[in-house]
Design a protein around this ligand. Structure first.
Ligand code: PA5
Length: 457
């Protein structure tokens, strides 16, 4: 069950900052819907097909890994890492790696900060480690560098002839360096459909292999996504993806430039992180599809309830009214603790907690926070799921894919490219001396100025 309560964004709740009922009712969904549908029909957008894929090869590969290895390290970044982290945190035990009986241990090598690799190499036994290198393009500098260094480290423990057995590549079906290496060294590969970009790829082998390796039932995730795939193509406000997109679009046009995602669940904190990339990279665009400079996009922020009540909520309640806040609330938890303050029954400030549970406190705090925001006329919506299951996560993922794709139509932008990211990649290649990118290094060297730098001892 998923419930989206959007009363907190309506005029009735937050007055002049809210949306009028007729504004929603009269919203011309059909023309944006038609534009999106024609892209789906032309197979330009691939995520709609993902719930229907055959997962047998992923599951078979995962089983082989589980039989052979005790450590599983994903090497990837951005859309090639955030979805894995999200599924793992949401659906595995919150202390998965720390539990003695949980294998294979799961690690993420994303940042090319050497401390990450050093840390991972200390945790794993290299001889029992499988590395899953994920890169759609097969050229991202961070991933390729981490791969090369990890491979070199591994070669100190594993015979050269055996090295390829320790790697699996997840990449484009034909292009990129990972395919060249895999051909040369006979490394096993899984493929990402061509029409599915990085941040939309969690339901491909990108996210599903590491999920299956750590014991998650990936078909249940896809079955949840499948159950949303029809409703998410309805041209109406009953389409949860369209509803979320339209609310955010109206809010953006009212100056709500920031979109906060605040789950009240440690399991879903990485979901907020995944959303942060999806929303930022897809919708933060300089040009419209007609080539007009528009500089649109809401800045996504991730928060965690109740922790950020003691950090961010003061700002959300009383700072600039420039945010729309989405709470995620989970009704049931599989483990809860009753609070017993009877040893301190004479202390009124504690005794009121007796008989309540930790989860009850968490949910009560979410309610209290939403109410305080409404009191301060701060628009917010609450998504409630009955419990964290693979099905519910699949549904949420699909709803947010749809919200993002539909927002692209509303803003008249291409939600599926990332020229701003590509530009940074090109400057990095230039500065690191990659052939063909010299002009980017020259450009940077020309503009580098020391005039406005404060250097301290
Ligand atoms: O969403 C995207 O396209 C990006 O964030 C990519 O996932 C990221 O740049 C990594 O790219 P690649 O998978 O090609 O290494």
């Amino acid at each position: 069950m998923i419930k989206i309560d959007y009363s907190g964004v309506m005029e009735k709740s937050v007055r002049e900052h809210g949306i009028k009922e007729e504004e929603l009712e009269k919203f011309d969904i059909s023309k944006y819907h038609a534009a999106l549908e024609s892209k789906i029909d032309r197979k330009e957008i691939g995520f709609y097909d993902l719930p229907y894929q055959d997962t047998s090869k992923i599951k078979e590969t995962a089983e082989q890994i589980r039989q052979k290895f005790r450590y599983f390290v994903v090497i990837g970044i951005g859309g090639s890492s955030l979805g894995n982290l999200m599924l793992h945190q949401a659906l595995n035990h919150i202390m998965y790696n720390e539990l003695p009986d949980m294998y294979p241990k799961f690690y993420m090598l994303d940042n090319p900060d050497p401390v990450v690799l050093e840390g991972i190499m200390r945790m794993v036994n290299p001889k029992e480690t499988c590395f899953n290198v994920i890169s759609k393009s097969g050229s991202t500098a961070e991933t390729m560098a981490n791969y090369l260094v990890a491979r070199n480290e591994l070669s100190k423990y594993v015979d050269k002839s055996k090295l390829p057995e320790h790697f699996i590549f997840t990449t484009d079906p034909s292009a990129g360096n990972l395919n060249k290496i895999a051909d040369r060294e006979e490394i096993k590969r899984l493929f990402i459909p061509q029409n599915v970009g990085g941040r939309f790829s969690v339901l491909t082998p990108v996210g599903l292999l590491s999920a299956a390796v750590t014991g998650i039932e990936i078909d249940r995730i896809l079955s949840g996504a499948k159950s949303m795939s029809q409703i998410c193509r309805e041209p109406s406000l009953d389409n949860p993806g369209y509803l979320i997109a339209i609310i955010h679009y109206i809010m953006f046009n009212r100056g709500k430039n920031i979109s906060v995602m605040m789950p009240y669940s440690n399991h879903l904190y990485n979901f907020a992180d995944w959303y942060r990339q999806l929303w930022a990279e897809s919708l933060g665009k300089r040009y419209s599809t007609e080539g007009k400079e528009i500089n649109v996009g809401q800045t996504p922020i991730k928060s965690l309830g109740a922790i950020d009540q003691h950090s961010q909520i003061q700002l959300y309640n009383e700072g600039p009214n420039d945010k729309i806040i989405t709470f995620i609330r989970v009704e049931k938890t599989n483990k809860d603790y009753e609070i017993d303050a009877t040893p301190y029954r004479d202390i009124e400030g504690l005794s009121y907690l007796t008989g309540h549970t930790l989860h009850e406190l968490l949910l009560t705090e979410q309610t209290a926070t939403a109410v305080s925001l409404i009191k301060n006329k701060r628009p917010n919506l609450t998504i409630t799921i009955d419990e964290i299951t693979p099905e519910n996560l699949g549904k949420l993922i699909f709803i947010y894919f749809t919200a993002t794709a539909f927002s692209g139509e509303l803003f008249h932008i291409n939600a599926f490219n990332q020229p701003g990211v590509e530009m940074g990649k090109k400057y990095t290649y230039g500065l690191m001396g990659r052939r063909g990118f010299r002009e980017y290094a020259d450009e940077i060297n020309k503009i580098k100025k020391e005039d406005f730098v404060l250097t301290l001892p």
